[in-house]
Design a protein around this ligand. Structure first.
Ligand code: F6P
Length: 344
């Protein structure tokens, strides 16, 4: 078969491992030709491609980013976009398209499959771990490790100076990274989008802890955390050309409020894109490889409109329709009955 592949949305450690696995099994086992589209949907509409071969993907397993490049944006953003995609698929003789992406790219994939009948398979990708239908997305484990390493380092400087360090991590709609890194790094408080926070209560916790003789604390804040209504106000946020609100900055607000309300010396640290860059962990390399293999298998099973997924320890498929338009919130049990036990 001739199979197209694209990577869409924000980049994520493990993307190259997925592509390498698709090329390996596609070429070696099925005798497929794999065509990589550059820069996500733009490459499909503009027919910008590279061959994805075993040879070409050599050495890519530990590399961060994506050799295909990635973009936000969708063919549905322009009037001729969908026609361009279908024309590319038929003119290039492509039998299927594998879309490796987050909630945005998978929604586009699902809509295209439904409206045009294109043979599409989805592969879930995001460091945020907020995609329904799979227990884990690749990239998440790497992001948690990076955030945990940073928190470990911040502990020693916080302790030396008797400071509160406010660490902002990614997590647009869900607090998976914040909760896991908070547990792993021994945070005093973790603020997540799922639970709007009361800054006064956060300060009370810190004061209580400091009264007990501890003078350094780590507060982990997910970038999408929001204050309870009527408490502190968030500044207006920039929106990018795709209507994507540019987050990042809540950590500064939380830090300055803590400093002003408690008198404790407080510093904000924004980890930002460091969490998405660089080499994937061993766990993510294995998961990405399994997803890539499952995606090319799904093509040969004609499992159109399905997304590969991890359920327990098994790789399976789930319909894209059941996944898109939803966000997987952080496990309430993990947040309320594990992470919270360690809050001051
Ligand atoms: O991929 C998801 C994510 O990492 C979010 O956590 C974050 O809000 C967003 O991407 C950042 O996007 P950009 O790279 O466009 O700034």
């Amino acid at each position: 078969m001739r199979v197209g592949v694209l990577t869409g949305g924000g980049d994520c450690p493990g993307l190259n491992a997925v592509l390498r696995a698709i090329a390996r099994k596609g070429e070696r086992v099925y005798g497929d030709e794999i065509v990589g589209f550059l820069d996500a949907w733009d490459g499909v509409m503009e027919r910008r491609t590279i061959p994805l071969t075993i040879e070409g993907m050599r050495g890519s397993l530990p590399k961060g980013g994506t050799v295909l490049g990635t973009r936000r944006g969708s063919p549905f953003d322009r009037p001729d976009g969908v026609d361009l995609v279908t024309a590319t698929m038929s003119d290039m003789g492509l039998d299927a398209l594998i879309v490796v992406g987050g909630n945005g790219s998978l929604s586009v994939a699902c809509k295209l499959h439904q409206e045009t009948g294109l043979n599409i398979i989805g592969v879930p990708k995001t460091i945020d771990n907020d995609i329904e239908g799979t227990d884990v997305t690749f990239g998440f484990n790497t992001a948690v490790q990076i955030a945990t390493d940073a928190i470990d380092r911040l502990h020693t400087t916080a302790e030396s100076h008797d400071r509160v360090m406010v660490v902002e991590v990614m997590g647009r709609h869900s607090g998976w990274i914040a909760t896991h890194a908070g547990i792993a790094g021994g945070a005093t408080v973790v603020l997540v989008p799922e639970h709007p926070f009361d800054i006064e209560e956060v300060c009370e916790r810190l004061v209580r802890r400091h009264r007990r003789g501890r003078f350094a604390s780590i507060v982990v804040v997910a970038e999408g955390a929001i204050p309870q209504e009527g408490t502190i106000a968030l500044a207006d946020r920039e929106v990018d050309q795709f209507g994507h609100i540019r987050l990042g900055g809540i950590g500064h607000l939380v830090a300055s409020e803590i400093g002003a309300r408690t008198g404790f010396e407080t510093r904000p640290v924004l980890l930002g894109h460091v969490q998405r860059g660089g080499t994937p962990t061993a766990y993510d390399r294995v998961l990405s490889t399994r997803f890539g293999i499952a995606a090319i298998d799904a093509v040969h099973e004609h499992a159109w409109g399905q997304m590969v997924a991890l359920r327990g320890d098994r790789i399976t498929h789930t319909p894209l329709l059941d996944v898109v338009g939803r966000t997987r919130a952080v496990d309430p049990d993990l947040f309320e009955n594990v992470a919270s036990v360690f809050f001051a």
